[in-house]
Every structure is written in C-alpha cells, then in structure tokens.
Design a protein around this ligand. Structure first.
Ligand code: CDP
Ligand code: CDP
Length: 226
C-alpha cells in the first residue's frame, strides 16, 4: 500500500487551487478540504447575524454557535460545506461574501477556530487542502507543498466567467477589484499572511490547462509516495 501524505496547496485568489486540489484528491483517493470555504461560511454567518467582527467579544461568542462540516454531495463526487447543518456551498461563493471574507479571515480568533478543525481533518493524512496558510501554518510538515500563481488578468477572467453565470449583472471591474483587494489583505495581515513556504513548489498555470497542471502535481506526489 502506498504511503499517505498531506498535500498543501496555497496561492493567490482564483489561480486554480481548488480545481487542482479536487482533482488530485480524486486521483489519489484522498479527502479534499477547501479551507477557504470555511472562512467564507464564517463570514456568511457574521453577515446574516449582524455580528460586528471588530468586537472581539462578539466574534468569540458567535464562533461558539458555528458548526462547520464537509459532506459529500448526492452524486458522491464533491464535498460541500455545511454551516449549522445547512448546505451553503453555493451561497458562500457569492461576491457579497467575497467582499468581506478577507477582513474576517484576518481575525486571530477566527483563524484559531478554523485552523484547529483543519488540523484535525488532516490527522490521518491522505488529504489535499487548499488555502493561504496551509503549507506555512496549518501543515508546516506537509510532505508536498504547492504554491500556485497565474497572471492577474487570467485570474480575473476565470473568476468573472464563473460569477457572471450566476449573476449576469456582475462586471469584470468588480471582480478585478475584489481579487486585488483580497490578495492585498491576505498577504499583508498580521496573522498567518499568505506566503510561499520555503519548501513549496511553484506552479504557474497561466498557460496550463487543468489536465496539464494535474499531471505536473501528480508527478510531484508520486516522487514522494513512490
Ligand atoms: O477561491 P478563492 O481563491 O477566491 O478564495 P478562497 O480560497 O475561497 O478563500 C477566500 C478567502 O478566505 C481568502 O481571500 C482569504 O481571505 C481567506 N482564507 C484564508 O485566510 N486562509 C485560508 N487558508 C483560506 C482562505
Ligand atoms: O481555488 P482558486 O480560487 O485558486 O481557483 P479555482 O476556483 O480552482 O479556479 C478558478 C477558475 O479558473 C475555475 O473556473 C477553473 O475552472 C479555472 N481554471 C482554468 O481555467 N485553468 C486552470 N489551469 C485552472 C483553473
């Protein structure tokens, strides 16, 4: 039996992390965890319940009422995020959530809450997790770390294509602005800023198809698992 490892995938917003992470997990027979979905679900909860996230006490109190879960969908294909037993996989992708998520994810107690759950999920290895601090903070000893990048314009275009399908009123400028803002906050915050771990392999997928990036990453994994 092949050795099970932890695969940590970090990088900028909309550069293909979750696409790669999902496909890798499927190929390797591992579980896939979208850590960004957790921060998005927490943000959704705060927005819905008018939690003032500048108030430390209010945040701590609210976190006590949040239960996050990942469950397989009906087709048994993808895992989806649940917030207090409600499937919010679709809702958390909304731009309304994306506009606030980086602010919420910069809060120390929010990160402690999410990271503890992420580390628990990775205890048995055999996991692919994507996010911003997976290789640096969540799993600093991950056997394989990948740092994804892609040109700015390509990232904006890809994310725009996804969002406009749900909301035809969305503009490319809005999407560009959101991505730029999140990248800025995520890489400049005090707690666990987005950084490439020293031992992470960089994959720039500006010109790579999904198949090509998958092949590259699987080769890296194979070099480790044998
Ligand atoms: O899919 P996209 O790249 O747009 O973002 P995401 O992975 O869904 O993450 C949404 C936001 O959550 C990021 O912009 C970060 O603010 C935060 N995040 C984080 O702080 N740490 C992580 N490990 C994952 C996400
Ligand atoms: O998880 P992250 O926000 O980094 O990105 P993603 O949601 O995996 O990818 C953003 C979009 O780029 C998706 O619509 C992917 O289908 C697309 N993509 C692509 O066109 N070519 C790639 N090599 C990787 C992703």
């Amino acid at each position: 039996k092949m050795k099970k490892i932890v695969v940590a995938i970090d990088g900028w917003s909309s550069c293909g992390k979750s696409t790669l992470a999902k496909q890798m997990a499927k190929e390797l027979g591992y579980i896939y965890v979208d850590s960004g979905a957790m921060y998005r679900a927490i943000t959704l909860y705060f927005l819905r319940n008018h939690v003032d996230w500048n108030e430390k006490k209010a945040v701590k109190k609210a976190l006590k009422d949040i239960e996050l879960d990942f469950r397989l969908n009906e087709q048994n294909e993808n895992v989806e995020i649940y917030l207090n037993d409600e499937n919010v996989e679709y809702l958390v992708r909304d731009l309304i959530v994306a506009e606030k998520v980086s602010e919420v994810a910069a809060i120390r107690s929010v990160r402690e809450f999410a990271v503890a759950q992420q580390q628990k999920l990775g205890k048995k290895k055999g996991i692919v997790m994507d996010g911003r601090d997976i290789g640096t903070v969540v799993f600093p000893k991950a056997e394989l770390k990948i740092f994804m990048t892609a040109d700015n314009a390509v990232r904006v275009e890809r994310r725009f294509r996804e969002l406009v399908e749900k909301n035809p009123n969305i503009t490319i400028e809005e999407v560009a602005e959101n991505i730029q803002m999140r990248d800025y906050i995520d890489s400049n915050r005090e707690v666990s800023p987005l950084r490439r771990a020293e031992d992470a392999v960089v994959i720039d997928n500006t010109k790579l198809t999904q198949e090509e990036q998958l092949k590259k990453a699987l080769k890296l994994a194979k070099n480790i698992t044998g």
